[in-house]
Design a protein around this ligand. Structure first.
Ligand code: GLY
Length: 578
């Protein structure tokens, strides 16, 4: 008995010290001054763009001012991010876009990467059937067939108001051609990954310089500018065919990658029906498979709905316990049932069925944690995973776009297409390389997410739009790997259950549980000491982390104005509106 108490006390003391350390180190690493004026919390009269780099948000606003709608702005912002945010903004990756037009029409665009045609289930296993570390994460074999450029063209063809593709590309071309001043986080990241850039690439790439990068240095990307020009002139064919395709295939051959010309030519986006679910008087419009994000978010909201969270209190042990127990069950479902619905019969309707979700919570005990370990074990790495990027946009007509895009890990596979000037993704790691073996984000998968040629790897990206009483209310999403889903959930709950203004809702510290490993990841100050101890006593394991996910959101206020908020966890997040 004493030993048990002593162990708990030790854990609790360790956790407190760790939290203080994280707060102090976060304070120390804050850069002195950005080359840009950053705004993370503003009110606009009619338009708003929130993205992960000030120059990208400004490009979006410029397109809105030129008469473009939210989709035009999203496309131009995406291409700008491919230049100014090379770790995640991309043309060599993929993503998802959720649209809600002012008239209520909704759409979900899947431009996720696909496994190349010669990919196969055990391609990352050695002769003893052990996963070969790094093979799916770095280098040419990690690369899935990119979807971003096809995605932007499809969005343009369906929804553009400006109807001028070249105009949407031009700001990105200028930024690549003339260069832009890098921020402190970018300088730090480019220096950090220098060795990997050298390992994966011939010399002469713009991201590698002799010395160290410093804030304010100019990053010029001539090859990328030329690639963007080909896309500007020929549309998606400027990427999937001709010179760019040749450069990609040559790069693949150089490093033993699998993508062929046919893989590029055959890539197609998918327009899908968004997942739409109700939560009280809110309607949540979000991304279906090949992302798990929308199914998981909708399951979570439905499972939590019957519990009086506001009455329990913000981040009280009782409310954290309730949310965590729902998360545990939802991430367990994710690992078994979720994958690319074009290849595997994902039981979306059953997973979202009210009766199923009631049964799923039937063994929930308000006073005790359910243990996950009977279901296998995970291995969640202590990493800050913000490699994806999200943009939230609302235009003057009330059209809204939530778009999340990624190369997977920072700078993807670290492979830069020689002569093309852009990073290729390492999205193959989002497949389940072997049933039960966790990927980078500690997520476990099975048959539903096994590798097959042409299949899309399961994602956690959760671009989401919320209506209140049938009107546009919230546009939200984030980078953050497996923590995206729970960060989007908490942002919504903070606004609708705890009545926080959007800036407080985004800033509020977060927690996360993903079934395996069986622990609640907790940002510093997210749960106070007394409540933490109650959670330990209930049987939960708590683990301190510095920060999770970087929300970008726009809320429509009661007077019709727009509240745009970037995440203070990321100094480069920028909200711009008018
Ligand atoms: N690559 C991270 C995700 O799609 O969830």
């Amino acid at each position: 008995m004493f030993n048990k108490y002593y162990t708990k006390m030790k854990r609790s003391i360790f956790f407190s010290i760790f939290s203080i350390f994280l707060i102090l180190s976060a304070c120390r690493t804050k850069p002195d001054k950005s080359p840009y004026t950053i705004t993370q919390n503003i009110i606009g009269d009619s338009c708003m763009v929130v993205a992960e780099h000030p120059l990208a948000s400004k490009v979006g606003v410029k397109i809105l001012k030129a008469g473009g709608n939210a989709i035009d702005a999203a496309i131009a912002t995406q291409f700008a991010l491919a230049v100014v945010h090379p770790r995640a903004g991309n043309i060599g990756g993929g993503g998802f876009m959720v649209v809600r037009m002012a008239d209520g029409e909704t759409a979900a665009l899947d431009y996720r990467e696909e496994a190349p045609s010669s990919a196969y289930r055990d391609m990352y296993l050695d002769s003893t059937e052990t996963v070969i570390e790094l093979l799916s994460k770095e280098g040419h074999l990690a690369v899935g067939v990119p979807g971003t450029v096809a995605g932007m063209e499809a969005a343009f063809q369906k929804f553009s108001q400006l109807k001028n593709w070249g105009q949407l590309l031009e700001p990105a071309i200028q930024l690549a051609e003339n260069g832009f001043k890098i921020t402190q986080p970018e300088a730090t990241r480019l220096n950090k990954y220098k060795k990997q850039f050298f390992q994966q690439n011939e010399t002469g790439v713009p991201f590698v310089i002799k010395g160290q990068w410093e804030m304010g240095d100019l990053l010029v990307q001539k090859d990328l500018a030329a690639t963007l020009r080909r896309i500007s002139e020929h549309g998606a064919k400027g990427f999937y065919e001709g010179e760019t395709a040749d450069l990609i295939v040559t790069e693949m051959k150089r490093g033993g990658g699998l993508i062929t010309k046919e893989d590029l030519q055959n890539y197609e986006v998918r327009w899908r029906d968004p997942i739409i679910s109700e939560y009280k008087n809110y309607r949540v419009i979000t991304m279906p498979p090949s992302s798990s994000g929308g199914v998981a978010l909708s399951q979570l909201l439905k499972m939590i709905e019957p519990f009086p969270l506001a009455q329990y209190g913000f981040h009280s042990a009782k409310s954290v316990h309730t949310i965590v127990e729902a998360e545990r069950r939802v991430y367990a479902d994710r690992s078994k049932f979720l994958g690319d619905s074009d290849f595997y019969p994902v039981p979306v309707d059953s997973l979202l069925d009210d009766d199923y979700l009631k049964i799923r919570m039937a063994d929930f005990d308000i006073s005790e944690a359910t243990l996950s370990d009977s279901m296998g074990s995970g291995n969640f790495k202590d990493v800050e995973s913000f490699e994806t990027t999200h943009t939230s946009i609302v235009d003057a007509a009330g059209n809204a776009v939530a778009v999340t895009t990624t190369l997977n890990l920072n700078y993807g596979s670290k492979v830069i297409v020689a002569g093309g000037g852009f990073f290729l993704n390492d999205e193959m790691d989002d497949f389940s390389a072997k049933p039960g073996v966790p990927n980078y984000f500690g997520l476990i998968g099975a048959e539903a997410n096994a590798i097959e040629p042409g299949k899309r790897m399961l994602s956690s990206m959760t671009p989401t739009i919320v209506e209140k009483d049938d009107d546009l209310f919230l546009v939200v999403g984030a980078p953050g790997g497996s923590t995206i889903i729970t960060a989007v959930l908490q942002t919504i709950l903070n606004v609708v259950e705890y009545g926080m203004p959007l800036d407080e809702a985004v800033e509020a510290p977060r927690f996360h549980h993903q079934w395996l490993p069986d622990q609640i990841k907790v940002e510093p100050t997210a749960i106070d000491t007394v409540e933490r101890q109650i959670l330990w006593d209930m049987g939960h394991q708590l683990k301190g982390v510095s920060r999770m996910a970087l929300i970008k959101a726009v809320q429509v206020l009661p007077d019709g104005k727009l509240h745009g908020v970037g995440d203070p966890r990321n100094v480069d997040d920028h909200a711009e509106g008018y």
